[in-house]
Structure formats: C-alpha cells, structure tokens
Design a protein around this ligand. Structure first.
Ligand SMILES: [Zn+2]
Length: 95
C-alpha cells in the first residue's frame, strides 16, 4: 500500500526559526506539512499536525466572511489565543 505520509516527509520544508532556536513548537509549526497533507486529501493527518491551526484558521475565515474586517480588538484576541495554543501544544501531547 502506498504511504502518503512518507512521501510528504521527504519534501524539504522551511525550518521554523522558533523551533530551530528553542526545540519547541510555535503556534504555526506543522502548517507546511498540514497544507501538503490537505493537498493529498489526508484530512485527519492534516488536523493532527496542528489542531489549533486546523480549528482556528477556518474560524478566522468565517469571522472575515461575517464581519468583512478584523478589528484591532479581534486581532488582539486572535494573537492571545495563538500564543496560548503555542504554550498548550508544548505541554499537552497532541497528535
Ligand atoms: Zn514553528
């Protein structure tokens, strides 16, 4: 059986500077692999590569469609949530 995951891992990815410096995952680590998994139709794998981004990005998109703008206050809330996700994902083993 063809292993799509192994194929994705062989593609060179940009290195996250935060992960390179600290060894920790930033809120966006896994986004490149997530995008490739989506392109290959591997939705479950894509979700588990960065669950916070998988949930948050569509919500931001829906917010944009609903409000047609992202106010400074909403942007601040999104930054705080992303920061919290960056902490949680390094404490709680996900995926
Ligand atoms: Zn990162």
């Amino acid at each position: 059986m063809h292993d799509k995951t192994a194929k994705i891992e062989r593609i060179d990815m940009l290195i996250c500077p935060f992960h390179w410096l600290t060894g920790l995952d930033c809120p966006f680590c896994g986004a490149q692999r997530m995008f490739l998994a989506l392109l290959h139709g591997n939705f479950v794998e894509a979700f588990w590569l960065n669950p916070g981004l998988a949930i948050g990005a569509p919500l931001v998109g829906l917010w944009w469609l609903w409000k047609h703008e992202i106010s400074p206050r909403a942007a601040l809330v999104m930054v705080i949530i992303a920061f919290a996700w960056g902490i949680v994902r390094n404490i709680v083993p996900l995926g």
